[in-house]
Design a protein around this ligand. Structure first.
Ligand code: B3K
Ligand code: ZN
Length: 884
């Protein structure tokens, strides 16, 4: 099927918009089912030769046109054309005023793009193309205007009326309606527009910028929830300060507002001066939010705030440049969190997330470059590649040029492009100019899909005492892209003696010696020789994960054990432990599959013992060391796998570890005091994470003692983190204890939707009992709704991604239930359904029989004519990549 809706947009077709709209004055007369939107635009033809004969083409979808006036003259149907989501006016003058009036129905907007209602309030989401659902407009990021907005609504129901910028006037009508006028002094594209109307409680504070301006900060939340916004407010103030101190960027309006809404398609949105947040990423206190929630809130509040410069002051010329703002802003929020918390732990968590989400994307049917060449639905391109790989490229750049030069480059980028819609070329131009570094080949990071593979082999010559290391890099073919070239890779290295002590080696035939090395690789292969070791050193590669590649080394088991025990770089220590675990798990899985007895090496138990012995020094780090790679991760290294075999291997190894390390785990678990006063700090969270990691492994023993421990932890828990850790533990057992805890949980939190999402998630991911039956029960639970994206993700996303053995059941029933859920969600919210559809990406890694079953489910979905263009784009790409 080929309709206007699924014709790809191509980067090479980019052309500026032929008109400029200097001013936009919008009036929203709000009504849940019939909101009237009047737009008065001041339009000038741009001075390009080709623009002279251009018609004015405005985007507009689902708008009931009431009237159009051009310079005060009412147009009739002969004067314009409405087709394919556009309003076309031929033969317009070079300068004119245009007024359009339309009616829209926010209450029926279940796609949550444009103006919609959430919990009885009006709110908007415009990125990427929501604005066209409210009024006729060239809905593209390179058309920037000054917006003036007037909002009218009944005062009793909608006491708060918000938009971007500053509130410049308010007033009342006699019929109980009131109005507010907002003016945003900054030019902005339509995707940054926002409007909110409703009744809220607020949390207020102030921030004084380094130049001495006072900014009023307000967070708008549900009635009674203001105290749950305290943490977010604190994170906001810390973000504002950090951006001044590190990037030299100050806030530029007198007010900064954040609104929390319960129905939102993703995490949050950086609208100028009026951020809108999914309440899951804003509201937190110890009794309702976990440490992971606190951490995510801190990161997302910072992320949206940082967009004020990387995204709003400097925006994107077109959506192909999306990573210009997203990759850079993720990098900025990662650095912020690293400074607020533990840099090492943050780096490991980021790498885990990259490998869990971006690496599979980059090696599967949905692989695409950080700057794609074409797309069908832009909503589908808010991907881990654009965000997380995009952030890694920025980090590679920083590592290549050094922190100070990098910050100079970022400053120059902000200054040169302030108030404009920029491109990735503009960014690289600023970096090259400021640093003097030619950054050869850096564009390939943006243009080539696929995760580069870096192979490192080392040979020690016992006679010459020279260590030779040979690096080879290659980037695999991806759908539609072959024959790739090298990318610039910063390789951080160090060496350890067989006793585990760091070695200071010399680059052969030079005087250059160091403990730590940073080797920029800008070729497909590279050979280096080092001198100064008396016996074969162990090489520590890619310290701090200095480049986002798949690393293949010739490390022996003994080398890995040494690095796991002695490396001074926490990332490599963790990586070595994970590699030992991965190798062990895969070996066990293969033995089990072959019906043989599994022979488990002691290296893993020893590495865990080391982690436990050292746990007090950095509990958060120890907690990471003690978590085995999960089934999804193992699926990436075991092609054409059977996920239930991997799950079985994991359960087997975990039970062995639980048995062997019972004393150490129990001691470490017992050192945790569940009654201590709560703090959301990284240090306190680290202690809770360590307790949880111990409890999780202890539960793998399957003993009654462990189940009782989890039960006691659950009922003694004074905070949500401990409660969820205990519930996770109990979910390994199933049975009455687990169900009693679930019932108690529900009884306590049934009126808090965000906490109930956790109740859904724990059960959707539980491997006890029959996960498919659990899924079906939850799907028909009265508190399940297709209309709330958080709830849909808490069930569908958690089941398909977090319970791989159940999703990839041999009989295909897992695919079927998720397919049905996607079809149901798609009826009301195509963007959400498409995002959920990406879970089928993992099917390219399972065995042929399963791939065929998944293909059948996808075929049935694709056969539906009513399937949204969003979901069709995702599912058809996945379908094409599966075995027939
Ligand atoms: N810029 C938004 C994401 C918009 C997603 C549109 N489908 C939030 C963020 O990345 O900060
Ligand atoms: Zn962002």
């Amino acid at each position: 099927m080929r309709t206007q809706e699924n014709i790809p947009v191509r980067l090479e077709d980019y052309r500026p918009f032929p008109f400029a709209i200097s001013h936009a004055s919008l009036v929203f007369d709000l009504h849940p089912t019939r909101t009237m939107v009047t737009a008065r635009l001041i339009i000038d033809r741009r001075p390009y030769e080709w623009a002279k004969s251009e018609a004015l083409k405005l985007d507009g979808i689902g708008l009931e046109l009431q009237s159009i006036e051009l310079d005060g003259r009412t147009l009739t149907a002969q004067d314009y054309l409405q087709e394919d989501g556009c309003l076309i006016l031929k033969n317009v003058p070079d300068s004119f005023k245009l007024e359009t009036k339309v009616a829209i129905n926010p209450a029926e907007n279940t796609a949550l793009s444009g103006l919609y209602m959430s919990a009885g309030r009006f709110c908007t989401q415009c990125e990427a193309e929501g604005f066209r659902h409210m009024t006729f407009w060239p809905d593209r990021p390179d058309v920037m205007s000054r917006f003036h907005v007037r909002i009218e609504a009944p005062e009793a129901e909608f006491p708060t009326l918000l938009s971007n910028g500053n509130r410049v006037a308010i007033g009342q009508y006699e019929d109980g309606r009131h109005w507010a006028a907002w003016d945003d002094p900054h030019l902005k594209p339509s995707y940054l527009f926002a409007l909110v109307a409703g009744g809220f409680d607020t949390l207020e504070d102030q921030f004084v910028t380094r130049s001495g301006r006072t900014v009023d900060l307000t967070i708008y939340v549900d009635k009674g929830a203001a105290s749950r916004a305290i943490y977010a407010m604190d994170a906001l103030k810390r973000s504002m300060k950090w951006d001044e101190e590190v990037f030299g960027r100050e806030y530029d309006l007198d007010i900064f507002n954040i609104v929390a809404v319960s129905d939102f398609n993703f995490g949050a949105m950086e609208n100028k001066g009026l951020n809108i947040f999914n309440s899951a990423l804003l509201l937190a206190d110890e009794t309702t939010a976990t440490d992971a929630d606190f951490e995510a809130i801190e990161a997302v509040v910072a992320h949206e705030y940082f967009h004020n410069w990387s995204g709003n002051r400097v925006t994107c010329r077109d959506w192909f440049q999306l990573s210009l703002k997203e990759g850079f802003t993720v990098f900025r929020d990662q650095e912020f969190s690293a400074d607020q918390r533990s840099r090492a732990v943050k780096r490991i968590k980021d790498v885990k997330a990259l490998r869990a989400r971006q690496f599979p994307e980059d090696s599967g049917p949905l692989a695409h470059p950080v700057r794609p060449k074409s797309y069908v639905k832009i909503d589908n391109f808010y991907t881990a590649t654009i965000y997380e790989k995009g952030a890694e490229i920025i980090r590679v750049l920083q590592t290549l040029v050094g922190r100070d030069a990098f910050l100079d480059g970022a400053n120059l980028y902000f200054d040169e492009n302030d108030g404009t819609a920029a491109t990735i070329e503009d960014w690289l131009h600023a970096m090259r100019t400021a640093t003097g570094n030619p950054l050869h080949g850096i564009e390939r990071w943006y243009d080539q899909a696929g995760t580069p593979c870096l192979e490192a082999r080392s040979v020690f010559d016992g006679e010459t005492k020279r260590l030779t290391i040979r690096f080879e890099q290659s980037t695999p073919d991806t759908p539609g892209q072959t024959g790739k070239s090298w990318v610039p890779l910063p390789i951080a290295l160090a060496f350890f003696g067989q006793d585990g002590a760091p070695l200071n080696l010399r680059l052969a035939d030079t005087e250059i010696a160091a403990d730590d090395w940073l080797i920029p690789m800008s070729s497909s292969s590279l050979e280096l020789q080092f001198e100064g070791a008396v016996e074969r050193p162990v090489v520590s590669y890619l310290r701090g994960f200095s480049a986002p590649v798949r690393l293949v080394t010739d490390h022996s088991d003994a080398d890995l054990a040494l690095l796991a025990a002695c490396d001074t770089d926490p990332f490599v220590r963790w990586e070595a432990t994970q590699t030992i675990a991965r190798n062990t798990l895969i070996a066990v899985a293969n033995s089990l599959a072959a019906g043989q007895e599994a022979d488990v090496s002691q290296d893993l138990a020893r590495a865990f013992q080391g982690a436990l012995a050292d746990a007090a020094r950095d509990p958060a780090f120890a907690a990471l060391l003690l978590r085995l790679p999960d089934v999804s991760e193992l699926m990436q290294v075991q092609p054409l796998c059977d996920p239930s075999n991997l799950l079985e291997a994991r359960a087997f190894v975990r039970s062995l570890l639980a048995e062997q390390l019972d004393r150490e785990l129990s001691d470490c678990f017992a050192r945790y005091d569940p009654a201590q006063a709560f703090s959301p700090s990284a240090a306190a969270a680290g202690q809770r994470a360590l307790m949880a990691a111990c409890l999780d492994l202890l539960c793998a023993s399957g003993t009654d003692r462990a189940a009782m421990r989890a039960e006691n932890t659950f009922f003694a828990a004074r905070n949500m983190t401990d409660m969820i850790s205990a519930l996770d533990g109990l979910s390994q057992f199933g049975g009455p204890r687990y169900h009693a805890a679930l019932a108690a949980f529900k009884g306590k939190f049934s009126d808090n939707a965000l906490v109930m999402d956790k109740w859904f998630r724990v059960q959707a991911m539980a491997i006890c009992e029959d996960p498919l039956l659990t899924f079906k029960k939850l799907r028909s639970d009265p508190s399940f709704t297709l209309l709330n994206p958080n709830r849909v993700r808490a069930l569908g996303g958690a089941f398909a991604s977090g319970n791989p053995a159940a999703f990839h059941r041999a009989d295909g029933a897992g695919y079927q239930v998720v397919g049905e859920l996607i079809a149901d969600v798609d009826r009301t919210n195509g963007a959400l359904a498409a995002r959920l559809g990406t879970v089928f990406e993992s099917c390219s890694r399972v065995n042929e029989a399963r791939q065929k079953l998944a293909r059948g489910t996808l075929q049935a979905l694709l056969d539906r004519n009513s399937l949204s263009a969003n979901t069709r784009e995702i599912l058809s790409k996945i379908y094409d990549g599966l075995m027939a």
